[in-house]
Design a protein around this ligand. Structure first.
Ligand code: PA5
Length: 423
């Protein structure tokens, strides 16, 4: 189970410490559905719901895609792609020979990027999973046009059997199109916003195609949400939410989410969207940033150690490495590294982590540790449930609605006007 370590912040707290009574009240609002945006809290029961409703269908389509296609092109942006991309990079960072590769498009407007994916597909058989709750988001809708045409050129009238649409159950442009064209459909539940949707078909279909055991993910998620229902300051979600709100109140307005596993990069992007979109509103909110250690210590380390003292660090770690690698012994010791010979890289990394933590704390950066046992299906499920629940509690503690994103509309309005979209 997830563990939160607040010992690295203790000296930065004031005498009152984190407000666990406020965390308890926020948790109650979430579970009793009395808080703002309660109509979008369906993610709290999503694992059970998906197991009952759609999991079988997702697994069967994923198997079909894996057996017939070399690639799946996933079209989506924001909450409609970051979770799946994060999961695949975390759990299956290197595709093996014979695996169905998963490409992500529709998360930008770069012609070079889209053409690059088309080039990599070559003549390979492929399927498309277009994901959009609203169906009107420009970036995925434009990319989908391109890949739909490719499918039609390649497969003619059978193209429709290669398109899978994940969208609203009852309405929207994509829903209507899918129904009219006869594409297989999966659902983004009405009561689940994009950034909380990774444990629905939005995340699970691409993950299953990439070879992730999504059944194990869902089983572990059910257990984790049960465990996180604990009503006490022992609850790791309370600890994390209350600590970050306390630090925010003391002037630490930037959170650096760091991890020593490069494969965590897109999970960090997922976390950034989750927290940024949930909390940054009404003129308040912790700014979420992410760093990859130790690489970024050689680019951003100076700033963290010595820049403005407005940052706190949240370091995600996985306790058990999946593989071993020993530092080799070298005759002659020309590079003077034999003092490390025979040590596992993981133990060197652990020492580096402790050294960085001590240096940053001494430099005035509070440190929160969040650890999971292993970088596997269970670890992923725990990570998702923990960060989602803590985000909702933290958002309620700050007084915002953690489930809306009114600010995202501003750029869209300008863009559509400037592109000449008819009213
Ligand atoms: O979290 C959110 O709601 C957003 O990130 C959306 O997922 C994103 O804007 C994509 O929207 P849609 O799925 O409607 O295309």
């Amino acid at each position: 189970m997830v563990k939160v370590d607040l010992t690295g912040c203790a000296t930065f707290f004031d005498a009152s410490g984190p407000d666990f009574a406020a965390a308890a009240a926020a948790h109650r609002m979430l579970s009793e559905k009395t808080g703002k945006g309660a109509e979008f809290t369906g993610w709290t029961s999503l694992p059970q719901d998906i197991r009952r409703r759609e999991l079988k269908g997702i697994l069967s389509i994923a198997n079909k895609i894996r057996s017939r296609s070399k690639a799946l092109v996933v079209v989506g942006i924001g909450g409609s792609y970051l979770g799946a991309r994060g999961a695949i990079e975390l759990l299956r960072p290197y595709a093996k020979e014979g695996d169905t590769r998963v490409f992500f498009v529709g998360n930008g407007l770069s012609a070079d990027y889209i053409n690059g994916v088309i080039e990599q597909l070559g003549d390979d058989d492929f399927d498309v999973n277009v994901i959009s709750k609203s169906g009107t988001t420009l970036e995925p809708a434009l990319s989908f046009r391109v890949f739909r045409q490719l499918l039609e050129k390649k497969y003619g009238s059978s193209a429709k059997r290669h398109i899978f649409a994940t969208t609203d159950a009852n309405r929207g442009v994509l829903h209507d199109l899918a129904r009219a064209e006869g594409w297989e459909r999966f659902v983004v539940p009405d009561d689940v916003g994009g950034r909380y949707s990774v444990l629905s078909a939005v995340g699970l279909l691409p993950m299953a195609v990439a070879g992730i055991d999504v059944q194990a993910v869902i089983d572990a998620a059910i257990e984790t949400f049960q465990a996180l229902d604990l009503r006490s300051p022992e609850n790791p979600a309370w600890q994390y939410a209350a600590a970050r709100q306390h630090l925010y109140g003391r002037g630490y307005g930037i959170e650096l989410l760091a991890c020593y596993e490069p494969s965590f990069r897109f999970m960090a992007e997922w976390c950034k969207q989750l927290y940024g979109e949930s909390e940054g509103k009404n003129g308040i909110g912790i700014y979420p940033d992410s760093l990859e250690y130790t690489a970024d210590l050689h680019s951003m380390g100076q700033y963290i150690q010595d820049g403005p003292r407005t940052m706190f660090e949240t370091v995600v770690s996985f306790e058990q490495p999946l593989t071993e690698l020993k530092v080799p012994f070298v005759m002659g010791d020309g590079d003077k590294l034999n003092y490390l010979a025979g040590r596992d890289f993981d133990s060197v990394c652990f020492t580096a982590r402790e050294a960085v933590k001590a240096a940053h704390i001494a430099g005035g950066v509070p440190n929160i540790g969040v650890s999971f046992e292993k970088r596997d299906e269970r670890g992923f499920a725990e990570l998702v449930c923990f960060f989602e629940q803590a985000c909702a509690i933290s958002g309620y503690m700050s007084g915002v609605n953690p489930f809306d994103q009114p600010g995202v509309e501003a750029y869209k309005k300008n863009m559509f006007r400037m592109l000449g979209k008819p009213e």
